[in-house]
Design a binder for this molecule. Structure first.
Ligand code: AMP
Length: 468
């Protein structure tokens, strides 16, 4: 069904066309009619499924025109980056309307946000902390609110926002429409939903345990002392276009970034201890290709929509199996394809099993050919012997945007087949130099074994990132 048949006004259909979207995604098909009809909704969908448009389009339709009074819609987001991203989406979709959206988050001054609120805005997209500040000082009142949207609720609770979220709900009128979006719906979320929502329609898209079919993923076992060397070797042997490296901790992310810079990579870092301007600079630099690698923690990177991430490397295996799906979902978004490598150490057998159980499939374990797994670990601090000199490595060449990154001199792990069309065919890849660690690895059972279903929606990047 095309967008024109969904009951959206022509201004919004034109906004969608201007974004280059042709057909609605499954969550858009199912959620848009419910939201347009004024019903409450619990949507469980992976990021990358088009859920922002699934709520933004019908909400803009319900608002109709700008009204110079307090906000009628509040969207709560767990991180500043997501808040900024969702605000951009509202502005993009609503470009042919006069509806106003304002983003409210910490890490920047209050002045501009306060004056936008005071000028009268229709939609506020906020992180809980800064929103509470404006509610407490009386700048913002929610008594005219008509629609409350809680996005990435599971992450919001993980981040300890539960009290703030409950207080914010308390500021909203009881007669309102409420929409919940969460990748997973554990019992705590059901409990909040039962006091915040009325007779919600549940829309579940895909299984949040499923790895995107467009992503090929594998484990790379290695001794702890050689992890960084393997990371460097993987980056060297892989023809990546832009690579997201995940670290479990903020400190670890800084350390990896420092070392990668010393190895001549152009590197950005994204984690919660960085200032807002550093975070914006990191993301924009990564999006524009100024940085070929971005090192990030889970929370900072959750839901971040960067088109064209060709590779994800989990330097640290994620603490929760669910984060495995989210992390590697940063690549292969919409139509694009991607590769994801996870470095694993011998003591992480339980984590590996937990991930495989969670996603319902075995993940191939590979060895990088040519990598010396028996090498002496690099010298500890103070040791006088020779340390690897990464600075001799040639400066990286940036590949042009849109070029299909080949899988280095590596063999593709078994399960993901490339969709036919736009991207380089598998046969054209260079000779393999990754070898399976475990022979007789079963072909992945469950969701990801076969050819991916033909994709109806394209990997289009957002029209804009910067605030207008
Ligand atoms: P989201 O899950 O909202 O973060 O969206 C993921 C990506 O899919 C974003 O880059 C969107 O711009 C893109 N997208 C969303 N809906 C569509 C659609 N109907 N057709 C093509 N691309 C879409």
């Amino acid at each position: 069904m095309p967008f024109t048949k969904l009951g959206l006004p022509p201004t919004l259909v034109n906004g969608v066309k201007a974004m280059g979207y042709v057909d609605p995604t499954p969550i858009q098909l199912r959620a848009i009619p419910v939201v347009l009809g004024g019903g409450d909704l619990i949507g469980s969908a992976q990021t990358g499924t088009g859920k922002t448009a699934a709520f933004a389009l019908p909400v803009l339709a319900r608002l109709g025109k700008h009204e110079a009074r307090g906000p009628r819609v509040l969207v709560l987001e767990p991180t500043r980056e997501l808040a900024a991203q969702v605000e951009t989406a509202f502005r993009d979709f609503g470009r042919f309307t006069d509806i106003r959206a304002t983003v409210v988050h910490g890490g920047v001054g209050y002045g501009r946000q306060r004056s936008e609120i005071q000028a009268g805005t229709d939609i506020v997209i906020a992180t809980p902390g800064r929103l509470m500040d404006f509610l407490n000082e009386g700048t913002l009142r929610l008594d005219g609110l008509q629609i409350l949207i809680l996005d990435e609720v599971d992450r919001m609770l993980d981040m300890g926002f539960v009290k703030d979220v409950k207080k914010i709900i308390g500021h909203c009128p009881k007669a309102r429409q409420t929409l919940f979006f969460s990748a997973t719906i554990p019992p705590e979320i059901d409990a909040i939903a039962s006091f915040a929502l009325r007779n919600p329609t549940r829309v579940e898209i895909g299984v949040s345990r499923t790895v995107n079919k467009s992503v090929t993923h594998a484990f790379y076992p290695v001794g702890t002392a050689l992890k960084f060397e393997l990371l460097v070797a993987l980056l060297e042997k892989t023809d990546f276009h832009s690579c997201l490296v995940f670290s479990r901790t903020k400190h670890g992310a800084d350390k990896i970034a420092r070392k990668l810079k010393a190895a001549n990579h152009s590197v950005a870092v994204l984690h919660a201890n960085r200032s807002q301007s550093q975070r914006v600079e990191a993301l924009e630099g990564f999006k524009s290709g100024k940085y070929e690698v971005m090192v990030a923690t889970d929370i900072a990177a959750r839901g971040i929509d960067v088109a064209g991430v060709s590779h994800v490397i989990n330097y640290d295996i994620p603490a929760n199996p669910e984060d495995y799906v989210h992390r590697i979902g940063r690549t292969g978004r919409a139509l694009a394809v991607g590769d994801a490598f996870t470095l694993t150490t011998p003591e992480q057998a339980d984590d590996i099993r937990a991930i495989e159980r969670f996603i319902g499939q075995k993940v191939p374990q590979l060895k990088l050919e040519g990598f010396n797994y028996n090498a002496q670990p690099p010298r500890p601090m103070g040791f006088q012997g020779a340390a690897p000199d990464y600075s001799q490595r040639p400066a990286p060449q940036h590949r042009p945007q849109g070029q299909r990154p080949a899988f280095g001199q590596g063999q593709r792990p078994a399960q993901a087949q490339r969709p036919a069309g736009a991207h380089a065919p598998q046969q054209s890849r260079p000779a393999p130099s990754h070898s399976p660690q475990q022979s007789g690895q079963p072909a992945a059972p469950g969701g990801n074994t076969g050819q991916p279903a033909p994709r109806k929606f394209g990997g289009l990047s957002r029209g804009t990132w910067n605030r207008r």
